[in-house]
Design a protein around this ligand. Structure first.
Ligand code: AMP
Length: 166
């Protein structure tokens, strides 16, 4: 068992029936720095300009990684939070649907996309579409937790770094 696992709380039927929610808040309270370092392992940081973090747990982890590895930070937010001009992508969650937005930016950047949990992969797919529209070159994906039984994301051909795999 990975030493981080004892700090993750499995909450059944949250926020909906049949979802086993991975609560990472105890892990962040106990091991934040180790988590950030582990999520950056195996990534060639010399070829990265910025970390793309997905609201809202991706902000916590992504912003910390950006500082730890001395990179910029680019925010992906829920619909209606960012001022124009924005681009939008709708996506399916493990529980429901939503729309994500990013500020329009034509300046090329090489990025790592960061989120807490990869479930169906709908969120990451939407973020990758946003990055493509903005001419960001996605070099890698970094997740704290990969629920591999719910997704086939390795077929995307991109390196997927995940610390905990179920
Ligand atoms: P998905 O688009 O299905 O890959 O869902 C990923 C997003 O939903 C992530 O931003 C997670 O924060 C959240 N999420 C999905 N499933 C879970 C889960 N079982 N536990 C915690 N968060 C989850």
């Amino acid at each position: 068992m990975h030493p981080f696992e004892q700090h993750i709380r499995n909450v059944p039927d949250f926020p909906k029936a049949a979802i086993m929610f991975k609560d990472i808040t105890p892990l962040l309270q106990e091991k934040f720095e180790e988590v950030v370092a582990a999520m950056g392992e195996g990534i060639n940081w010399n070829e990265i300009d910025a970390v793309v973090g997905v609201e809202s747990r991706g902000f916590i982890l992504g912003a910390a990684m950006a500082i730890h590895f001395k990179k910029g930070f680019i925010a992906v937010r829920k619909k209606g939070k960012l001022p124009p001009p924005t681009i939008a992508e709708s996506y399916a969650l493990e529980y429901g649907t939503d729309t994500l937005e990013m500020i329009v930016n034509d300046k090329p950047a090489r990025v790592v996309v960061v989120d807490d949990v990869l479930a169906t992969g709908g969120t990451l797919k939407a973020v990758m579409n946003l990055c493509a529209k903005n001419k960001y070159d996605v070099k890698a994906l970094s997740l704290l937790i990969n629920l591999t039984f719910l997704n086939k994301f390795k077929e995307e051909g991109l390196p997927v770094h995940s610390v905990l795999n179920y």
